[in-house]
Write a protein that binds this ligand. Structure first.
Ligand code: FAD
Ligand code: NAI
Length: 474
């Protein structure tokens, strides 16, 4: 067979393209297949993250944050701006420019590393043969020594609110509104609901978030989630309704009427746009032939072991299509691990040290165990917390919301978790990730010299607070 490769990757998201580049860098003859075609008919690389996920959402978060600051946050600094206006088309154009720069950058990186690209839909057949159905309908077969499945995920749809691409949309639609909706409904107070809800709220929408669960951000540390809920609802005016289960919707002209059930009974709300953000699910449809031998788990994820091996020797799966958090950096690390394993190296991932960040204002970030998890696991722990209200740099920045919280083992002093709600949390959490990776003790952080004045001093003080030794204790 003409097309023979040592490694064939299906999907070019952050899991797949990173795996392909790493495999090529390790000397493997590598190919990658991508099926995503843009409106202009051209293939786009980089998957959900670069095209409709991490990057465009952060571009809009940045623009909307600057608008909100210019509208409400500059007076204290003595800066007066008369009624700033938002040009939504220009904001979207800027976002699209960043996406374009990065997706073409990925294509360039693949080429530069000698990875062969196939444009079309890949399907794994038995015997590690991968069939590529190209965009013109023609079919080509590739023989692989190793296959890395990295097909990613797609939004979950729920029967009460079928998306129509106009009034009821998923996260991709919420990145494309060409004007600020007057009333915006969001189903799901998860990561997407909070980030994209924040974007449009800052630009002027009345945002109502309907969340089925009674607990806000159940995966986060309870104290941090409590701080965040208070800030988002009271300070920013996001109307987050917990325990609100959506049961139906009806499009009436240019509006949608949503029916939901809460502890008081059935209620209705009308919105100009509705974003459905109730989670994502692994995408495997039409990607695996019946005799491929690759098994899925009960939730539809490709079943893999700790090193991302599927049930077929030489076939691996990484990223959103397998268990674990659906995060770009988790997928990329898995991709690197698998490329190393294929190259015969010893490699593994530390799934206990994957950072989570929610890019709200302020940001929420954590790594490791929450206090609730430690309690339920019966771990004897110590906790230290320090508020940004007592940090000079936070005062200078005009944003003293939130805290840093550190959890450490009561006997060994080893850091078990770091939780931050505050300005710059997404950058600061790397300190917690390094602490966990290096198996640091709280004392290691206590004995470290942090620059002054920085927001990171709150990490230092929280580490000191673990042993009740904070200097600027309030
Ligand atoms: P994907 O990025 O989904 O890529 C899979 C690729 O495979 C796609 O390009 C798809 O077209 C292609 N494909 C699928 N099947 C085939 C096939 N049969 N043949 C060929 N190609 C195929 N994560 C973060 O860590 N930080 C964030 O800030 C963040 N923000 C997000 C914001 C939004 C709005 C969304 C929706 C997601 C966000 N995520 C974020 C999640 C992140 O995008 C995903 O975790 C990440 O993209 C998963 O990477 P992946 O490579 O596994 O899959
Ligand atoms: P999510 O799992 O974070 O949140 C979904 C929310 O919807 C949950 O709180 C859930 O209880 C709620 N929900 C589910 N069904 C509901 C219903 N019928 N009615 C009301 N509420 C309902 O999922 P989300 O926000 O869609 O994001 C998907 C994934 O994308 C996340 O798991 C995350 O990993 C990734 N992502 C990561 C980002 C980041 O790292 N900053 C940003 C955006 C997405």
């Amino acid at each position: 067979m003409a097309n023979q490769f040592e490694v064939v990757v299906i999907g070019s998201g952050p899991a797949g393209y990173v795996a392909a580049i790493k495999a090529a860098q390790l000397g493997k003859k590598t190919a990658i297949i991508e099926k995503w075609v843009k409106d202009d008919g051209k293939t786009t690389w980089g998957g959900t993250c670069l095209n409709v996920g991490c990057i465009p959402s952060k571009a809009l978060l940045q623009s909307s944050e600057m608008f909100a600051e210019s509208a409400h946050g500059f007076e204290d600094h003595g800066i007066q701006i008369k009624s700033p206006k938002i040009d939504v088309a220009k904001m979207l154009e800027r976002k699209d420019g960043i996406v374009n720069q990065l997706t073409t950058g990925v294509a360039g990186l693949l080429k530069g590393n000698g990875v062969t690209s196939f444009e079309g839909k890949g399907k794994l057949k038995s015997g590690k043969v991968v069939e590529v159905t190209k965009n013109d309908g023609s079919v080509e077969e590739i023989q692989a020594e190793n296959v890395i499945l990295a097909m990613g995920s797609i939004p979950v749809e729920i029967p009460p609110t079928p998306t129509d691409g106009d009034i009821i949309v998923d996260s991709t639609g919420a990145l494309e509104f060409n004007e600020v909706p007057k009333r915006l409904g969001v189903i799901g107070a998860g990561v997407i609901g909070l980030e994209l809800g924040s974007v449009w709220k800052r630009l002027g929408s009345d945002v109502v978030v309907l969340e089925a669960m009674d607990t806000f951000l159940a995966a986060a540390d309870g104290a941090i989630a409590k701080d965040a809920f208070k800030s988002f609802t009271k300070k920013q005016g996001l109307d987050i309704r917990l325990g609100a289960r959506v049961t139906g919707s009806e499009i009436k002209g240019k509006e949608v009427e949503v029916t939901y059930q809460d502890s008081e009974g059935e209620k209705k709300e009308t919105f100009d746009k509705l974003v459905v953000a109730v989670g994502r699910r692994p995408y495997t449809e039409g990607c695996l032939s019946d005799d491929s031998g690759v098994k899925l788990d009960e939730r539809g994820f490709i079943f893999v072991d700790d090193q991302c091996r599927t049930t077929v020797p030489g076939v691996y799966a990484v990223g959103d299509v397998v268990r674990g958090p659906m995060l770009a950096h988790k997928g990329s690390e898995e991709g690197i691990m698998v490329a190393e394993i294929i190259a015969g190296h010893n490699a593994q991932m530390n799934y206990d040290a994957i950072p989570n960040v929610i890019y709200t204002h302020p940001e929420i970030a954590w790594v490791g165990k929450t206090e609730e998890e430690l309690k339920s696991e019966g771990v004897d722990y110590k906790a230290g917390a320090f508020p940004f209200a007592a940090i000079g740099r936070a005062m200078a920045a005009g944003d003293t919301q939130g805290q840093v919280k550190i959890l450490a083992d009561a006997k060994t002093d080893r850091v078990l978790g770091m939780h931050i709600f505050g300005l710059g949390a997404s950058e600061m959490i790397a300190q917690g990730v390094i602490a966990l990776e290096f198996a640091s003790s709280a004392e290691d952080l206590q004995l470290t010299c942090f620059a002054h004045p920085t927001l990171s001093e709150a990490v230092h003080e929280a580490a000191l607070a673990v042993d009740n030794m904070a200097i600027h204790k309030v």
